[in-house]
Design a protein around this ligand. Structure first.
Ligand code: UD1
Length: 348
């Protein structure tokens, strides 16, 4: 049995990680700030019987106290999503990077040497692509004029033909394109440096598009699955941006929780390693909307042609390294996951 300090244990993913760790026979202590962006209601006293210690990770004394007797830290606490605008910048850097820095410093003092870090596919920026003629490419951000002309596929940098999306693996170059993405990559870099200098072990899990019970409802920070579910629950059609053919890997939150257990139980890997946590069965946003509309017996999705300048076109991942090295494979396919999501409680 391992004693785990779980940060962000009261959040959407953290709640599922708590349950999975307990089910796997580990003991868990939860630290959560109860940040109002993630929790519009007061926190419960406990999650699955584990009391929540309410504190911000930047509170060194609270972190030092919480680390007593801990073998491994599973760090889920973060401010997520695309944010509202650039006035969010200090909040993202503070909640994600300064907080991680304090955590790592206190882990050093407490001689806790193992960390499982919730990272994100946003560290890649665009996914991987190839031009049939000119080979592999990692395209830059799409130009507004291309999007306005409904040319949604990133073009080949040589011949301008539409590129073909291919699964990205963990060796893909990193190209964070939002404040949130920069803070997630900084967490990876800070913890990799910490691992090198402390002989520690860090397993970073690059989550793809997580959905499932307890997902935050329609907020500026919500993912597309929750936005579509809220629309359908209100009797409205999901509004699918671009041409609906943009691809993502939607991974069920119970699979993400299992990935954390697998990372915790994998033989201690010295230094820093990162893994895609994905279903391995990507879907278009249009397909996901159709499946959800059908299981909720709601109106068919509308493809609007709208676009968000910051959006990437396709991010699909190879799940192979997580399977080979952590023994993690996602169990829930999109149809079963969406059927469950259609009736699940969301976070108010
Ligand atoms: C999401 C998360 C990001 C997380 C990443 C990996 C959000 C806002 N983004 O990024 O924080 O790190 O997954 O887990 O939670 N779309 C529509 N209609 C809508 C809203 C969105 O068609 O009403 C489309 C978007 O244009 C985009 C796709 O859905 O093509 C996905 O959007 P979103 O859920 O915001 O996620 P990501 O950008 O993939």
């Amino acid at each position: 049995m391992t004693h785990v300090l779980l940060t962000g244990g009261a959040g959407f993913i953290g709640t599922h990680v708590t349950a999975a760790l307990l089910a796997a026979g580990h003991s868990v202590a939860i630290l959560d700030s109860g940040h109002p962006a993630a929790h519009r209601r007061p926190l419960p006293e406990a999650i699955a019987g584990v009391p929540i210690q309410v504190a911000d990770l930047r509170d060194r004394d609270a972190v030092a106290g919480a680390l007593r007797g801990v073998d491994v830290v599973v760090h889920q606490a973060a401010m997520v999503g695309m944010g509202v605008d650039l006035t969010d910048l200090p909040a993202y850097v503070g909640s994600n990077d300064l907080a991680t820095a304090v955590l790592l410093a206190e882990m050093t003092r407490a001689k806790v040497r193992r960390l499982v870090l919730a990272s994100s596919m946003v560290v890649y920026g665009e996914g991987s692509y190839a031009c049939p003629e000119h080979g592999p490419q990692r395209p830059p951000a799409r130009a507004r004029r291309d999007l306005e002309a409904a040319h949604f596929e990133p073009p080949c940098t040589v011949c301008r033909a539409p590129l073909v999306s291919i699964p990205i693996d963990e060796d893909g170059s990193l190209d964070p394109r939002s404040v949130y993405a920069v803070t997630k990559l900084a967490q990876e870099h800070l913890s990799a440096t910490w691992a090198r200098q402390s002989d520690g072990s860090v397993v970073a899990l690059r989550y793809h598009n997580v959905y499932g019970p307890g997902m935050p409802r329609d907020t500026p920070y919500s993912g597309v699955a929750a936005i579509f579910r809220s629309a359908l629950a209100a009797g409205e059609a999901p509004r699918v941006f671009e041409d609906g053919r943009q691809r993502r890997d939607f991974v069920h939150v119970t699979d993400v929780a299992q990935a954390n257990v697998a990372a915790l139980e994998a033989t201690e890997r010295p230094g820093f390693s990162a893994y895609n946590i994905a279903s391995g069965r990507p879907a278009t946003v249009g397909d996901m909307a159709r499946i959800l509309a059908s299981v909720m017996a709601g109106p068919a999705p509308v493809v609007t042609g709208e676009f968000r300048l910051g959006d990437v076109r396709h991010v699909v991942a190879s799940p192979r390294r997580a399977a080979d090295e952590l023994g993690f494979t996602a169990a829930v396919d999109l149809s079963a996951g969406m059927a469950d999501f259609a009736v699940a409680e969301l976070r108010a």
